[in-house]
Design a protein around this ligand. Structure first.
Ligand SMILES: *[C@@H]1O[C@H](CO)[C@@H](O)[C@H](O)[C@H]1NC(C)=O
Ligand SMILES: *[C@@H]1O[C@H](CO)[C@@H](O)[C@H](O)[C@H]1NC(C)=O
Length: 566
């Protein structure tokens, strides 16, 4: 493995290396001189402390706080390589035994993770920690939460016993998170109340017994909490069981400068990182599972790598500029030594064929959209530092390269040389089949236009979708009616279109389009969220028509999601 210690030019590299060696030697001897003979030999080599002295070779005043700069980085690739390297080296240092200078450790982590309110942790620990509120109103402040491993019910909480000799993240993983704990995490604010209620209802339909933690950044009101508890718990029956719901406001943990930067999709990082589960399954509020949650933990991709990522729509009209790709290539080369200009290097160094495909889609076809983060499973013991890199990238000089949080998930994994993959089945369009009239009479020719993006397993079974379960969740009927001739022809007025938009979807089947021939095309409807895809028998695409039994099962889920609430 190669780290991004070094810049682009050879001279630079040599210089840095020599500097680093010099400092390491200096630290080595200074430690030796100051410590008497009893000092054990294992302490001398590779101690965490000596590893941390790397940070003293950096320019004084270095920081991973790029958000603050608020100006265009003059050398984005170099800046990002430095940013990532500092986090990777830190995680490596923590793995080294031997003595560690706690003050040095604290100084480094403060600069690496500027969004954590370390100052408060040091001066006012009680008020640094967050609170977890259970559905019954019980508040567990500064607590480690414990759930039953099999039945997943809540067992007890105990006070956090922060070990000041360890880093914050070691404390987080070893002392604050219950080992092996699993559960559902949803990032939600008042804006997502309606969808979150509907998601809870679907989880009840599946008799979910995993605890559900709703993480917010002080943007979920007491009224919303009351409604979530009502729809998640009232009329408890074995067929429709009450859910073990928790609410966690993580704002305390964040430094004031950053607390407002975690908004909309950035809130998902908070949910993932600060959830009390070690192995959370992160759901968007408009995600709808079509199998019990357990099935996601069982998927081979997760079992093998500790991470489960699904693919996004292949969008071929929103592409990278060549200059952006050059920056990404430089970053990837700087961080893991992978030369993306060299096809054979990709095949040699990346074993996973799905990751190779994604890299080629990005480099050759210039695609920007690869990962759909509406449902993600991560084992934090193996992936926490990769996620911390994702967060750093989200706030870095290249934050605008991808849309939202989605693709930072896999970039964090890639740049930290972590083991990851994608669920190999391409994303699909789900809904009603429309026949396409074609001059040639041979074969079936269908179209699906919908807002919902679905994900199927290798056997074609439906796993989950996102986009909710009504025709269009956006309040765009007035605009769309004005601007779409097709809609104006189909509906009498905007009010009729509104009724249609808010009506339940009909799930007849899916199309996985062949992006090489006929890919995802925006219809212009539903605030541009609606996409059309084509399937032509024996020519392109793949279509799956649901069996009658599946249609009945799915329509029950559609019905539950669409029931009147509030
Ligand atoms: C990457 O590979 C290309 C093609 O083989 C080569 O021209 C280039 O110099 C390599 N880049 C680096 C940084 O090694
Ligand atoms: C699309 O083309 C690429 C090569 O450009 C190929 O690897 C891929 O398999 C093709 N996809 C389909 C669905 O045929």
């Amino acid at each position: 493995m190669q780290y991004c210690l070094l810049g682009k030019k050879r001279k630079n590299r040599l210089f840095t290396l020599i500097m680093l060696l010099t400092v390491l030697l200096m630290v080595y001897y200074s430690v030796d001189l100051s410590v008497p003979v009893q000092h054990s030999s294992s302490d001398r080599s590779n101690s965490c402390d000596r590893c941390l002295s790397y940070y003293e070779t950096l320019e004084p005043g270095w920081s991973n706080d790029f958000y603050d700069v608020n100006q265009k980085s003059l050398a984005p690739a170099e800046d990002v390589i430095k940013l990532v390297t500092r986090i990777i080296i830190f995680s490596k240092c923590l793995q080294q035994g031997g003595r560690r200078n706690v003050q040095r450790l604290r100084n480094v982590e403060k600069r690496l993770f500027p969004y954590i309110n370390f100052e408060r942790l040091e001066t006012d620990e009680t008020n640094f920690w967050h609170s977890h509120t259970r559905w019954n109103g019980e508040v567990h402040h500064a607590s480690v939460m414990e759930f039953d491993r099999k039945g997943h019910h809540f067992v007890r909480s105990r006070p956090i016993n922060f070990d000041t000799g360890l880093s914050f993240w070691e404390n987080w993983l070893q002392r604050i998170t219950q080992s092996g704990s699993r559960g559902i995490v949803i990032s939600a604010s008042d804006t997502q109340l309606d969808e979150t209620v509907r998601l809870l209802k679907v989880l009840r339909y599946f008799k979910n017994d995993y605890p559900i933690q709703i993480v917010h950044n002080a943007d979920l009101s007491q009224d919303s909490i009351r409604l979530l508890v009502k729809y998640g718990r009232s009329e408890d029956t074995p067929e429709y069981p009450a859910q073990e719901i928790w609410f966690s406001n993580v704002r305390n943990l964040l430094s004031p400068k950053y607390s407002n930067k975690f908004a909309t999709y950035s809130n998902k990082w908070l949910a993932l990182i600060f959830s009390f589960f070690e192995v959370p399954i992160l759901l968007d509020s408009d995600t709808v599972p079509f199998v019990p949650i357990d099935e996601f933990y069982k998927l081979e991709e997760f079992q093998r790598t500790g991470a489960l990522f699904f693919k996004d729509r292949i969008i071929s009209n929103d592409l990278f500029e060549s200059s952006q790709l050059d920056v990404l290539k430089e970053i990837i080369h700087g961080c893991i030594g992978l030369n993306l200009t060299d096809e054979s290097d990709i095949h040699e160094k990346i074993e996973d064929p799905t990751v190779v495909q994604v890299l080629e889609n990005m480099l050759i076809k210039k695609h920007k959209h690869h990962l759909e983060s509406g449902l993600v499973v991560l084992h934090k013991d193996k992936h926490l530092f990769s996620v911390l890199i994702s967060v750093a990238l989200q706030f870095s000089p290249i934050s605008e390269y991808f849309h939202g949080d989605k693709d930072w998930f896999w970039m964090g994994e890639l740049l930290s040389n972590n083991h990851f993959t994608f669920h190999p089945v391409d994303a699909s369009n789900i809904g009603q089949f429309g026949n396409v009239v074609s001059k040639e009479s041979t074969g079936e020719f269908y179209q699906i236009c919908s807002v919902q993006l679905s994900h199927t397993d290798k056997d074609g079974s439906l796993l989950w979708l996102n986009g909710g379960l009504n025709v269009c969740k956006k309040a765009s009927w007035e605009y769309d009616y004005e601007h779409s001739q097709r809609l104006a022809d189909m509906f009498q007025d905007a009010e009729a279109l509104r009724k249609y938009y808010q009506s339940p979807v009909k799930l007849e089947g899916i199309i996985i389009p062949d992006a090489n021939i006929s890919g995802w095309v925006k219809s212009g409807e539903c605030f541009m969220f609606n996409y059309c895809t084509l399937f032509k028998e024996a020519q392109f695409g793949k279509a799956i028509k649901f069996k009658e039994s599946e249609k009945r099962r799915f329509s029950e889920i559609v019905r539950i999601w669409n029931e009147n609430v509030f």
